[in-house]
Design a protein. Sequence first.
Lengths: 360, 802, 218
Amino acid sequence: MNAKSSAVALFSLLPMLAGPAVSQGFAGLGTDAEGFSRPSLGTDLSFPKDHGAHPDFRIEWWYLTANLSASDGRDYGIQWTLFRSAVAPETGTPTEGWQSPQIWMGHAGLTTPDAHFSAERLARGGIGQAGVLAAPFEAWIDDWRMAATGDGADEFDALSLTASGPDFSYDLTLTATGPLVPHGDAGYSVKSPQGQASYYYSQPFYEIAGHLSLPDGDVEVTGHGWLDREWSSQPLSETQDGWDWISLHFDGGAKLMGFRLRDREGAPFTSATWIDPDGTPTPYGNGALTLTPLEETETSAATVPTVWQVEMPGRDLDVRLEAINPQAWMATSFPYWEGPVRVTGSHPGRGYLEMTGYGD
Amino acid sequence: MRRAALAALLSHWRRQPLQLFTLLAGLALATALWSAVQAINGEARRSYDSAAATLGISGYASLTDPAGPIPIATYAALRRGGWTVTPVVEGRVLRGEIRLNVVGVEPLTAPDGLLPVGLGSETGAAPLDVLRPPGLGFVAPETADDLAGIADLPRLITDPAIPPGRMFTDVGTADALLGKAGTIDRLLILPDQPANRPPLETLAPGLTEVPPQDQGDIARLTDSFHLNLTAFGLLSFAVGLFIVHGAIGLAFEQRRPMFRTLRALGLPARTLLGLLLGEVMLLALLAGGIGIGLGYLIAGALLPDVAATLRGLYGAQVRGVLAFDPLWALAGLGIAQLGALIAAAHGLETVRRMPLLASAQPRAWATVSARALRRQALAGAALVAAGVAVALLADGLIAGFALLGGLLLGAALILPRLLAAALGLGARLARGPLAQWFWADTRQQLPGLSLALMSLMLALATNIGVSTMVSSFRLTFTGWLDQRLVSDLYVTARSEEDARALRAWLAPRSDAVLPIWKVDTPLQGAPGEVYGIVDHRVYRDLWPLLNATPDTWPAVYENRGALVNEQLARREDLSPGDTLSLGGGWEMPVAGVYSDYGNPIGQAVVGLPALLDRHPDVSKLRYGILTSDPTTLRRALVEDYGLPEANLIDHGRLKATSLQIFERTFTVTGALNVLTLSVAGFAILTALLTLSTMRLPQLAPIWALGLTRRRLARLEILRTLALAALTFVVALPVGLLLAWCLLAVVNVEAFGWRLPMFVFPLQWAALLGLSLVAAAIAAALPTRKLASTAPSQFLKVFADER
Amino acid sequence: MRIEATGLTKTYTTGDGRLPVLTDVSLALAPGETLALTGESGSGKSTLLHLLATLDTPDAGSIHLDGTEITSLDDAGRAAVRRDRIGLVFQQFNLIPSLTVSGNLDFQARLAGRHDPAWSATLAKRLGLADLLDRYPEQLSGGQQQRVAVGRALAVRPSVVLADEPTGNLDESTAATVLGLILELVAETGASLLLVTHSEHLAGRLGRRVHLSGGRLS
C-alpha cells in the first residue's frame, strides 16, 4: 500500500463513503475526533462564509449531482464532487505549503443510459493545486472547477462547472431558482442514534445548461441540479457499514432528500427532508422514511439494489426509483454506486441515487 | 489381477534399488534443471515487466527552470492548467558522517511506480505517516544502519531496492530536510497529458522541457542471456532423458521373462502395457516431485545473482527471493511425465510388439551391431542436414533453433560411430597384446556406454558452445561499453542558456566537451534516431566499425556520409555506398556500419554540422565530457557550478558496475554448466555401474591368464578416461559450431545483431580436465568394486554350474 | 615333480555354515604326465584345479610348481605364474570376445613375452584354425572356440596344462577330436596335463586317473 491509496482510504472514512473494513483498518482515525471541531446544535449557518472550507473539521465536501437530458430526450447524469480531509487538526490560520495537513480529492462522473464514465484527482492542500474560497466562490482541483459567475444574491446562485476524465468532459452553467435549504435542525443533521452529526445544507434548485463531451461527440443538455454541502469530524458509528442516499426532483416542484444508514447490528437509521417548491424544508427523523430495495443488479464490483421503493406515509409518498443505468459504478480508488434515477408512482420525477458499502 | 500383476512388476524395483535410483535421479535431475531455468527466467521476466512498468525518475520527461528552483505556485498553475506534472525535490544533506542523497516525491500525484512499496504491515508504519510529521524515509538497509541513532530524520523504513546513500521520502519531508523553502527542483511530465492543454509558455514561461533519459539499451542485452538459459534448460533435460532412457530400457529388458510369464498366466497384452505405462507415470510423478523441489532449490540459489544483475542495471525493485508458482510446479510435473514417456516409448513399443512366445532370455542390454551403429550415424547425419536445410531455407528464430537442435542431436547420434572408428584405429596401431585387447575391448563396450557418452558429448558441446558465446559476449560487451561510454562524465544542462554557460565553464576544466545531440526521425521510413558527433579522435579510436572503408571517417566529418548501426544495416540491407533516407527528404550515403548491441531501433550518426543544418532546433542540452579526473570534476560541477546531481552521470562508474554485474550474471551460466556436466557424469556412472555387473565374464579370462585385479581396475579407469577424452575431441568442434550458431544465427534472428566469435583454448583445456575428472569419478566406484571383487566371484565364471 | 601338492584343504563358508570342499588332498604330477581327475558334481574337482592354477588359495597345504611354492605368493606373483607357466582350458572356452582368433591365440604368449610366431602358426595349422584367424569368437562353433582355447593355453609353452571339462560343451565326436589334439600337443611340448572330467571314457585315454569323492582323493 502506498501513500496515494492510503489517502484514498482516509477519504473512505467520510460518513457517506465508509466501508467497515477500512474504518477498522485505521483505528487511530476511527471514531475519535480528538483535536477537531465538532458540530453543535444551535449554531447558525452563515453565508457566504460557510460556502468555504472549514479546516478545523476533519471532513467536508461540495457535492453536485444533476439530471440532464438532451434535445432528443436522452437522459444523462453528472456528478462533481470535491472532498476535503485533514490528516491532522488545523485551527487558526491554514498552513501554507507542503506541511498543510489538508488533502483534497475530486470525483467526476458522467452517466448515460448505456455508459458510465468516472475520473479521480488527488491533491494536497496548502499549495494552491486544490481548494475552496467562499467569496467569490471557487472550488477547484487541478483543472476541474466550480465557481461563482457573479450573478445573484448568494455566491451559490450562479455557478460554472467543469471537469474532465480521459474519455469525457463537461462544461455547464448552473442557475439557482430557489433558496438554500438547511437539513435537520437548521443545518444540524443527526447521523445515528448515538448522536453523530454533521452540518448539512443544500442548494437543490439549479436549472442547468451546457454541453457534455463524450467519445461519440458533444451533446447539448439541460436539466436540474442539486448541490450538497456537508462537514463534520465524526465518521459513522462503528457498526454502520454503508449508506443509501437519494435526492429527488418531483415534477410538481417539490424535492426530497433522504438517506438510510445501514447498521450491521440493528435497524437502519433514516432521515429525510421534504422541500416545498418554495424552498421551505420539513425535516423528518429516524423512521419517517422507508427505503426498500426491489431489484438488484450485478455490477462489475458488487451486487447492488437498482430499483427501490420509497415510502413516506406522512407525505402520502410511494414511489419507485429505477436506475437509468444500473452499471453506474464509480471506478475510483474505492468504488461506489452513483447515478441518475427515474421516479414513478405517487410523485413522478427524476433524481440521484448513491449507494456505498456494497463492495468488499 | 491388475493389482497382483502390478505388484509383480514393481517388485523388480525392490530387487534393483540402484536401477530405481538411476531412473528417479535421472528424471529428477532433468526436471530440476529444466524447472530451475524456467523459474529463473519467469522471475526475471516478471522483474523486467515491472521494471518496464516502473520508470525511474529519469525515465520521465521533466520541466526545469534554468534560472533556479521552481516555485510551488508554478506547479499549482500548471496543474490548474491541466498539465499532469508531479514535483521532485532533491539534494544532499549531511547527517552524522553520512552525505544523504534525498529525493522527495509527491505521493498523491506521482505515478505508482515511482513510490517505494515497503509499507507492509511488518514495518508498523501506517501509510498516512508518509504525510504526517516527522514523515517516513525509505532507505537501503545498510543506509539505515549508518543512520541509526541520528536525530532530525524522518522515521526510516528499509527497502533493499533503494540504492545505498539515497533516501526516498515525501516532498514535504524532503523540503524540510533540505531547507528548500517551498521550491521544487523539477516537475516530471507524466504520460497521457490531455490533448488540448494550454502551451507551457502561457502557464509557466521560463520552464524548459528536458527529454527522458534513454533506458532499456542494456535491458535488451539480457534477452540473449535468457535465451541461452532456456537452451541450457532444454539440453540438461535432454541429457537427463538419456539416463532415464537407459534405465527404463534396462528394466524392460530384464523383465522380459516376467512379461512372458504374466502373459502366459492370462494377462492381456493391452493390460500389461497399461500397467507399464502406469508404472512409468507413477515413477515420473515421484521423480517430477523431487525434481521440482531440487529445481526450486537450484533456482533459489542462483536467483540472487540474477536479481542483483537486474537491480544494478535498472535500479528496479527485484525480488531476490523466488515466489513459488503452482503453475510452474505443474509444468515441471508435466515435463517430467512427458520426458518419462519419451524415454519409455521405445521400451513400451517393444513390449507391445512382443509375441507371447518370445525368447524370455534378456538380450544383452543395448548390444548394438556395427550395422546399427552405421544406421544411427546416418540418422544423425540426416538430422544435421535437416537442421542446416531448415536454416538455409527458412528465416527466424525457430529456424535458428532447428539448426541448433539438428546439429546437437545429430552429432550425438553420430558420436558412437566416430568413437568406434577411433577405437578401431587405436587397436590397429596398438602394439602389445594388452594394448590391443584394451582398444578392442573398449570398442566392444561402446554400445553399453554410448548413451552415457552421447549425453556427455551434449553436455560438453553445450558447455563449449555456451561458454564461447558468453566469453565472446563479454569481450564484445566490454568493447561496446567502451564505444558507447567514450566520455568520462555525462551532463544534461537545464536550458540552452545553461548549456552555453556549462560549455564555457567546462572548457578550461576538461579535455573535451562532446555534444550528444540527437533527433528522433524516421530512418528508411521506420522509427529511428540520428546523432551528430564532432570530429574527435575518441570516435576514430574507439568505435569498432563492422563495415568500413578508408573513407568512412573522413566522409562523416566532411558531412558526406552517415554511419548506421548494425540493426538498421541488417534490416534494410545497407552497406557503404548505399543511400540512407533520414526523414524529411534528407538523404545521405552510408559511410560505415557500427555495432550497437541492445538498441532495439535503427540509429544513424552524422557529422554535427550536417545535423545542425537539417535540424537547427535540436535539443542541445546533453554533453559528454572527457577528463583525466572525473571525480574532482564531478564534485566541482555539483558544488561549484551548481549542477543538480540528477543531471550528472558518471559513466566510468556505470561501466565498472555494468561489467561487475555481467560477471555476476556469468556465474549463473557457470553454475548451470557445472550442473549439466554433473548430470552427464552421473549418466556415465550409472552406465558403468550397470555394465560392471556384466563385465565379470569378460574380465575373468584376462585375470585367469595372468593379470592382477588391480591392473585390470587401472585399465578400466583408463578406458573410461580414453572414452571421455575421445568424446571431448568430438564435442569440441560441435561446441564451436554451436557457439557459431548462437552468435551468428540465433542472435541475428532474435535481435538483429551478430556477436563476433572469439575462441578460448584455455577454457577448453579446463573443460577437458573437468570432463576427465568427471569420468574418473564416475568410473571410480565400479572400478573399486572390481579391484576388491573376491576371486571366488571370478571363479564362478569358470564354474561348471554357470 | 612338475606339481607337488600336499595336504590341500579348502572350506567354503556358505549361508548354511562351513562347507568342506577339499580335505587333506595330496597330488603329484610328473613332467609329461597326463592325469585325469574324475568325480561327481560338487566333489571338489574344479576347486582343486583352481588351487593348482593359482586362481584360488587353499586354507591349508602347499603346492610346488617346478619346485616353487606358489600358495604363498602375492597376487602379482600368482598372476605371473599363471601367465608364464600355466595353460588353462575351460568348459565355457572363455575366449576374449573383443579379440580375433589370432589375437586370442597369441594373447597369453604375448602377455608373457614369449610370443613365437612360428609356433603360433604351427598351432593354428594343427588345430585347423589357419583359415579362421581373422574371425571373432562369436563367429565360431563351439568346437572351433575350444580349439582356440587349447591353442591359447599351449602357445605360451606352459609347464602344465590345466583343463576343466574342456569338452563338456561339445558333442561326442567333436569332444574326441579336441581331446586328441590336446593329448598330441601336450606330448609334443612336454607339458604335464591335469584334466578334470566326469567322463570315464575320456579319463581312460589319459595316462593315469585319480578320483575325487567328498573332497578326498581315492
